[in-house]
Write a protein that binds this ligand. Sequence first.
Ligand code: SF4
Length: 260
Amino acid sequence: HRTLHNAAHGDSAPPAVTDRAAPPSQEFLDELAAASASLEGSTPEEIMRWAHETYAPQLAMGTAFGPEGCLLLSMLPQQAPDTYVFNLETGYQFQQTLDLRDRFAEKYGVEVDLLKPELSVPEYEALHDGPLYKTNPTQCCFDRKIRVLQKAAEGRRAWIVGLRRDQGPTRANTPIVGWDKKFGLVKIAPLAASTKNKVWSRIIKEDVPYNPLHDQGYPSIGCWPCTQKAGADGDERDGRWAGTGKTECGLHTEQDGSGI
Ligand code: SF4
């Protein structure tokens, strides 16, 4: 029987891997929806504390070091200490992105685990006779992000993400707490109801490290082959997989292979 509370409260929850095989009960989904509704209007800090109280130590956070992730990382030591944090290191990230790992370790003592796919970039490109991001980005994202995250999800019950509803139409209905079918985890978005402006004003005011590429015209930063500069009035995820019609890598959508 799946409950919102973890083993620390005395229940003997089955391991998450087993959990993932079975669809959650309606009762469980209703509990999540109720928790989500009750957290509307809460601050991101309150939501993070709730996540920690409810799911630690089986709580994780994934970040691509976007502005939202950076802000959440800055709150982590106080609101959700000892949370396991990972970044999907596809081998195609910008050096400026990777540098943020050390900046957060220095400033906040937060260690972000760089999770790599089994095959290095040269091995992977040799296997596919060249870079797959050019011919089949969906498969590339699947192999280098989704599979890696599936592994990281083992033994966890919930993950914190930086999604915001105003990031674009695919994210407009993001709940604060929801069920992530793809990974068999509860997904918590403390900034779901926040806005781009609020996130940035806190980053500036609180001097949170962020990716310097944002100052060079990149609104959303992922792997370098699939990220371009975008015009000032576009959708926030413009510049990701530009010209392909793809706006999501599939981490945050129900279909395979289509955001972090
Ligand atoms: Fe591959 Fe591009 Fe996806 Fe990165 S964003 S995993 S390079 S397709």
